[in-house]
Design a protein around this ligand. Structure first.
Ligand code: BG6
Length: 538
């Protein structure tokens, strides 16, 4: 989306605060483990900077980055500024504001696995907090390799840096995805960290929930009376959720090759989108009520037959192909990927949601890398009207059972009704469109699909906060609505793990099976059988 940043800037480089806003009330310290990684440099620090610049922060705060490398505070500030400009969208002219923000940014060297480093961290935090007049509210952000999560939590607790007691000063821990690699490991991780923290202190992040368009699913569904009555099996033929990425493998290579698309984005992002689309109206918008409703959806996911998994799950891996006319290499040729890797870079599946509202409605999900376009969208495909009034409209003689396709040129005036669709475009052209049949102007009765379109950039002319901004602000304010509760994570793994196990039993897949720049393996088309339309190609 090309919305220009309409937040006005004061000469100081800080943005003018809009009239009504939420702010972090109490001074705080953020401690980021994995500060030298791509997530911290490209997303977390730009988000914190943006929150500060837009006056969401209190006067006093400190951000401490923890990493293994030797580095000074000054070096960290310079590195993060460079990363924020290169990957986080930090404009060059705000450099001076960055310097003032970065005066609250410090580096602490420690090996996450070594207990001796933690008392030193505790001493550093206390000294900084004393110097800045902070009260000890702390948000720990684990942006490291997932293997390090349990040890960091345990060492923090041993060094008395975590406490379970409610009240001030507060202690919260944000845990990046992936939360485990299957149901058993997720349970083990959960039990481990719950020895040191209460559930309310744990913020399991899924950055998709921070996207404006995802939150708008709730506003759209429950803030309007006209759509909710038709969001059910009586009117909906099927639902499609697509997360197509044009990029190839990015980020830590070893992680992706160990994870694959099912763990990387289906277990979390896609199932969370599904939960928002399929959930019942919560009784209030409180974190508990919304998350209760999401858990019910995730608990009611109905897979196909695990013995016949290839009928309802299709996996793929990209081979060499073309993107924007340029040749690109296949996954196995990517740097750092083992020869003959059988990791899936694409997955499509058909499942059900066995609730009163959705029983029998197919949900088609797909996600892949190196697909033709970057597009995340949810398509609600409605049923055709019950009476096919428009399929045969004889004028110059009876057509019998024949269906005329000519529309324009002949006189028979036959129209084929396309089923209506409602599309939530999550990214990149954020918006919602409803496609309905309308009469085409002219003497004959011919129907044509037309679109009613809402686009964020046209309707709001305001920059949308990035996902991490929203989520960091919420974690600092103690609002966990947009984070995943333990049961949600477990329910999602409970659905995904049998698929992983079934794949494990099967012979190695014949990869690559789709070309970079295509829409994925042809077998995915079979998943739509019985639906009134196939995958929507954006
Ligand atoms: C991450 C995945 O969670 O989401 C990545 O690990 C993926 O593989 C990324 O590329 C996509 O995020 P977005 O916000 O660009 O859609």
């Amino acid at each position: 989306m090309n919305a220009s940043p309409l937040v006005q800037t004061e000469p100081s480089g800080k943005a003018k605060a809009p009239a009504a806003r939420v702010q972090v009330a109490e001074p705080f310290t953020v401690v980021i483990f994995g500060i030298t990684g791509a997530l911290a440099g490209g997303k977390l620090l730009p988000a914190l900077f943006s929150l500060w610049r837009n006056d969401y922060f209190p006067h006093s705060f400190v951000i401490v980055g923890v990493g293994r490398r030797e580095k000074s505070d000054a070096q960290l500030r310079a590195d993060l500024r460079e990363a924020a400009q290169a990957h986080g969208g930090l404009p060059a002219e705000l450099g001076e504001a960055w310097d003032r923000f970065a005066a609250s940014l410090f580096y602490h060297r420690a090996d996450f696995a070594v207990a001796e480093g933690y008392p030193a961290l505790a001493g550093r935090l206390q000294a900084l907090e004393k110097e800045r007049g902070l009260t000890g509210n702390r948000l720990y952000y684990l942006a490291t390799d997932p293997e390090a999560f349990p040890v960091i939590v345990e060492q923090l607790a041993d060094a008395k840096l975590l406490h379970r007691e409610p009240g001030l000063p507060w202690t919260r821990v944000v845990i990046e995805k992936p939360f485990g690699k299957d149901l058993a490991s997720a349970r083990t991780l959960d039990q481990h960290i719950l020895r040191f923290l209460r559930e309310e202190q744990i913020y399991r992040i899924d950055h998709y929930l921070g996207k404006e368009t995802v939150q708008n699913l709730l506003s759209f569904r429950f803030g309007n009376a006209i759509f909710e009555p038709v969001f059910n099996r009586r009117y909906v033929d099927h639902v499609q959720i697509t997360m197509a990425e044009s990029v190839g493998m990015e980020g830590p290579r070893a992680f992706y090759d160990r994870a694959g698309a099912l763990r990387d984005v289906v277990q979390n992002h896609l199932l969370q989108l599904l939960a928002f689309v399929a959930m019942e109206p919560p009784i209030t918008l409180a974190a508990k009520e919304i998350r209760d409703e999401k858990v019910k959806v995730l608990d009611s996911l109905s897979p196909g037959d695990p013995g016949d998994i290839n009928r309802w799950v299709v996996r793929g891996q990209y081979g060499a192909g073309h993107m924007d006319g340029e040749p690109v290499r296949g996954y196995r040729e990517e740097e750092g990927v083992p020869d003959g890797s059988t990791t899936e870079t694409y997955v499509a599946l058909r499942l059900g949601v066995e609730t009163w509202r959705w029983a029998g409605v197919p949900f088609l999900l797909r996600a892949g890398k190196r697909l033709a376009e970057r597009e995340t969208e949810i398509v609600v495909g409605f049923k055709r009207p019950p009476l096919r009034l428009f399929t045969r409209v004889p004028r110059d003689g009876d057509l019998g059972d024949r269906t005329c396709q000519c529309m324009d040129v002949c006189k028979c005036a036959i129209a084929q009704v396309e089923p209506s669709t409602l599309v939530f475009r999550i990214q990149p052209d954020e918006g919602i469109s409803l496609s309905v049949s309308a009469k085409r102007p002219g003497m004959q009765l011919a129907l044509q699909p037309v679109r009613m379109d809402f686009r964020y950039d046209e309707s709001f002319r305001q920059a949308m906060p990035k996902a991490y901004e929203r989520l960091l602000l919420d974690a600092l304010r103690g609002d966990s609505t947009l984070f995943m509760r333990s049961e949600e994570v477990m329910a999602a793994w409970g659905f995904v793990t049998p698929i992983l196990e079934a794949w494990h039993q099967q012979p190695s897949p014949r990869f690559p099976n789709y070309a970079a720049g295509s829409w994925g393996p042809a077998e995915a088309d079979g998943l739509k059988d019985g639906c009134q339309r196939g995958w929507r190609q954006p």
